[in-house]
Design a protein around this ligand. Sequence first.
Ligand SMILES: NC(=O)c1ccc[n+]([C@@H]2O[C@H](COP(=O)([O-])OP(=O)(O)OC[C@H]3O[C@@H](n4cnc5c(N)ncnc54)[C@H](OP(=O)(O)O)[C@@H]3O)[C@@H](O)[C@H]2O)c1
Length: 261
Amino acid sequence: MRVTGARRKLLRQASGGPPWPQTSRTPTHSPDRSAGNMTTVAIIGAHGKVGRRLVRLLAQRGDKAIGIVRRAEQVGAIAELGGTGVLLDIESAAVEELAEALAGADAIAFSAGAGAGSGPVRKRTVDYGGSVLTQAAAPLAGVRRFIQVSGMGVDDPVAPDAGDWAAYVRAKSDADRRLRSSGLQWTILRPGALTDAPGSGRVRLAKSTGPGSVSRDDVAALIAACLDDPASAGHQWEVREGSAPVAQAVSEQSRTTGSAS
Ligand SMILES: NC(=O)c1ccc[n+]([C@@H]2O[C@H](COP(=O)([O-])OP(=O)(O)OC[C@H]3O[C@@H](n4cnc5c(N)ncnc54)[C@H](OP(=O)(O)O)[C@@H]3O)[C@@H](O)[C@H]2O)c1
């Protein structure tokens, strides 16, 4: 871990200066694997069902995945997929600890979630709090690119007595709003219901897609395609199964839909 770099950023911020110039939203960094360059991606929620698929996909194509996990036994699982596991609980870590874990990354993929049956408190501490903590840690670690897995329709009105669902959509919606105003180079992906069906490599990607489901394989592929396409920064899309090849969908939507901010 390049702790020194993270500490340097901390010192810059403590001295009153921003950790990076905040004027441009267009990433200058675009991975160039053809030249043998490797992109390092830190994945929050790396042991999750989308996270594990993303670790494997990145490793297969020659990128480096730093997989943030919350249980010691998950570190080995990330190594088996070709990544590097780092043990850190985003509900209890200090921002400086997370920044140290992120140091050296070119981009962050946030795919953590409290999960079904976790209750409203953990929706807030993981889906919202974990994202906000990561958004604060990113600049301290010198990372500007941030891809967040959110959920379809989370800005839609919901009955206050909808229990866990109300807490879930509020947490996701609030986390997305914070990310859009973070100054980071964000992309927000809002999938419909996730399935474990084999990916088709094809999706429908749009500001609003209408309801539908999408395989976790295709969501992982979509995250990877966004990492490859700097023009996807500043966009928020829903995604469900569809007919457009993933990279083509990202390219077309990046160039035809307006920014969400
Ligand atoms: N399920 C759906 O239909 C659906 C639809 C749209 C969007 N989403 C969102 O899509 C994302 C990915 O979904 P998924 O199926 O991959 O979810 P998942 O399998 O539940 O993965 C979430 C990961 O977050 C980790 N996590 C939870 N609390 C943590 C903490 N305190 N510190 C560090 N890591 C923590 C979990 O760790 P453990 O493995 O230890 O539990 C898990 O590995 C989630 O944000 C989810 O909300 C889901």
